[in-house]
Design a binder for this molecule. Structure first.
Ligand SMILES: Nc1ncnc2c1ncn2[C@@H]1O[C@H](COP(=O)(O)OP(=O)(O)OP(=O)(O)O)[C@@H](O)[C@H]1O
Ligand SMILES: [Mg+2]
Length: 264
């Protein structure tokens, strides 16, 4: 199932399953010192079986992303963007190749290990927001902070909601919020816990231009302030142009691109 079609429980699993015994800072990293990339990908491939036989979704993907960099992933619908994002974030496992995230080879971790790494290092904004409808905006943002054992989760979550202009809506449930407002809550939640990397799958998809621009400004402001690495899937040329670099997928393969986007 493509990542952006996964059900709410698929989103919850990585957040809730947080084992305590593994210390990821002490994991050995097979990357060169002193400035290893935050993400390194080698010969990554994803293949699934289909009624017509094996289906190659991604093949022979390789690249590295430096800390603090902002990278746009573009490509036609079905080219494998959401699948790639899921593999980079450790939400999905590859058929071939490797991803190192924050110096850790994801293939060396089991599901609990990947869940812990995500909880410590990763924020994810899904194409479809994936807020929990039974929780208020405030509770949605507090959840990852509480699961990480933060004692002042409420204060931090309120600060983040203020940052995205939604403090007055803290007690509202997702169904009481517009699409753009839900997207901003999802971004506040993704930034809770100060992740090293924020993955966002079409963060401005389905939003009007003005709201989309607000979301872009917000992502880059948080990126600057917290030094967060951004990996953004987008169909929006304006958003891609804000990024340091663009990776283009073409039928599951990485296309060589010369120009980097110019960050405004
Ligand atoms: N589990 C799966 N089983 C079969 N096919 C799959 C599976 N997951 C993804 N696909 C197929 O792989 C291709 C890539 O899917 P993916 O969701 O990564 O595309 P995308 O680039 O994100 O597209 P969009 O821009 O429409 O979101 C699609 O053709 C999709 O149907
Ligand atoms: Mg997609």
């Amino acid at each position: 199932m493509p990542l952006d079609q996964a059900g709410p429980s698929a989103t919850l699993t990585p957040v809730i399953s947080v084992p305590s015994a593994l210390d990821l800072d002490n994991c050995s990293a097979a990357l060169p010192a002193p400035h290893p990339p935050i993400i390194q990908v080698e010969q990554l491939g994803k293949q699934v079986s289909s009624p017509e036989g094996p289906l190659v979704i991604l093949a022979d993907i390789g690249f590295a992303i430096a800390r603090g960099e902002c990278v746009a992933v573009i490509g036609a619908s079905g080219s494998g963007k959401s699948t790639l994002l899921g593999l980079l974030a450790g939400l999905d496992t590859p058929s071939t190749g490797r991803v190192w995230l924050a110096g850790v080879d994801l293939n060396s971790l089991d599901e609990d290990g990947r869940a812990l790494l995500r909880a410590q290092r990763v924020g994810f904004v899904f194409q479809s927001f994936q807020l929990l409808n039974g929780l208020t905006a405030l509770e949605n943002v507090m959840l990852p902070l509480e699961l990480a054992g933060q004692s002042d989760a409420r204060r931090q979550a309120l600060e983040l909601l203020e940052r995205v202009g939604l403090k007055a809506r803290a007690r509202h449930y997702p169904t009481q919020l517009s699409g753009g407002e839900q997207q901003r809550v999802a971004i506040a939640r993704a930034f809770a816990g100060n992740p090293d990397v924020l993955f966002a799958d079409e963060p401005t998809g389905n939003l009007d231009h003005k709201t989309g621009q607000r979301i872009i400004d917000l992502l880059f402001a948080l990126n600057r302030e917290q030094g967060t690495t951004l990996v953004l899937v987008t169909h929006d040329p304006e958003l891609a142009a804000y990024c340091d670099r663009v990776l283009e997928l073409d039928e599951g393969r990485l296309r060589a691109r010369s120009a980097a986007g110019a960050r405004a």
